[in-house]
Design a protein around this ligand. Structure first.
Ligand code: CP
Length: 307
């Protein structure tokens, strides 16, 4: 397979295992490129990409921009805070105005679930979902699986637990889909109040006890508690949450095996994981960030080949 089966990257649920393998093989190549003295290739010299961020971002925004520049694309950046959206302009009007400047591809982060899909139905450009509300964050899940594959050789058969605020997490849903497509076993772990009802219908295990989850897994992907998406209290206090769900060195030392620790960032140190764990040799958090650039180069390159 040399082409993706999709025209946009809207969510992992639209991908096949062959698509993921193609993205990973392409990312392997680009990872070598970005570790060379000359980190740039001329592949996308005739492509213009707009990065539209309607929500805050550090890692995703910077790594998309770096990926585009490494591919020699022209890049324009839009942040909603400084835009005419504040004067009442609609999303479609905003995007159509940007597209009239001859933009080929749009990378969009938006607080509403389905925003990227909506855009793909209304504008003539390739769309990449950089996170839509609590729905999907496909490039995060791809870089997470790519990092697991790099560490273990393959994702198939690995036991991965996703810990924390599953209810508000687009990273959780995209990871569940990506891991299942590749044949991994998936568990979610967190307080009952932060686990969506009926999530077990997706064919995953559900656990509320962190120690049990860590004993079961090869990899623990620790998620941030998304206070900004909570309109009610889902647990008594942050201290209480950390007592039950923070991965500490003592907890890791009590297991009779080494597990791999991941986190999509941003980390709340001392809430999801302690600094000692985040900065330990068991953590691959910074490898995830490095791999984010290669994965995003691969996705952009493969979608651009369909323009
Ligand atoms: N992992 C992630 O999406 O981080 P940002 O919100 O900083 O982009």
């Amino acid at each position: 397979m040399s082409k993706l089966s999709v025209d946009h990257l809207l969510g992992i649920k639209y991908l096949k295992n062959e698509d993921i393998n193609l993205i990973f093989d392409t990312a392997d190549h680009f990872k070598k490129v970005i570790n060379r003295p000359i980190k740039k290739v001329p592949s996308l010299r005739d492509i213009t990409i707009a990065n539209l961020f309607f929500e805050n971002s550090t890692r995703t925004k910077l790594s998309f921009e770096l990926a585009q520049k490494r591919l020699s694309a022209d890049v324009i950046n839009f942040s909603s805070g400084q835009s005419s959206l504040n004067k009442g302009e609609t999303l479609i009007d905003t995007v159509n105005n940007i597209l009239s400047m001859k933009v080929d591809m749009v990378v969009m982060r938006h607080p509403n679930a389905g925003a990227a899909k909506f855009l793909s139905n209304h504008v003539d450009a390739k769309i990449i979902n950089a996170g839509d509300g609590t729905h999907e964050h496909p490039t995060q899940a791809l870089l997470d699986s790519f990092s697991i594959r790099e560490k273990f050789g393959e994702v198939k058969g690995k036991k991965v637990v996703i810990v924390g605020d599953i209810l508000h997490s687009r990273v959780a849903l995209s990871n569940i889909f990506a891991l299942q497509i590749q044949g991994a076993e998936v568990m979610v772990c967190g307080p009952k109040s932060l686990i969506p009802k009926h999530i077990d219908k997706l064919g995953i295990k559900v656990e509320t006890n962190l120690l049990n989850a860590l004993k079961w897994c090869d990899v623990a992907n620790m998620l941030r508690v998304q206070n900004e998406r909570m309109d009610i209290s889902y647990f008594p206090s942050t201290r209480e949450y950390a007592l039950q769900y923070c991965v500490t060195k003592n907890l890791l030392d009590s297991l009779n095996k080494d597990i791999t620790i991941m986190h999509p960032g941003p980390i709340n140190r001392g809430v999801e994981i302690t600094s000692e764990v985040a900065d330990s040799s068991q953590s691959i958090i910074l490898n995830q960030v490095e791999n984010g650039v290669a994965i995003r180069m691969a996705v952009i390159y493969l979608l651009a080949s369909k323009i």
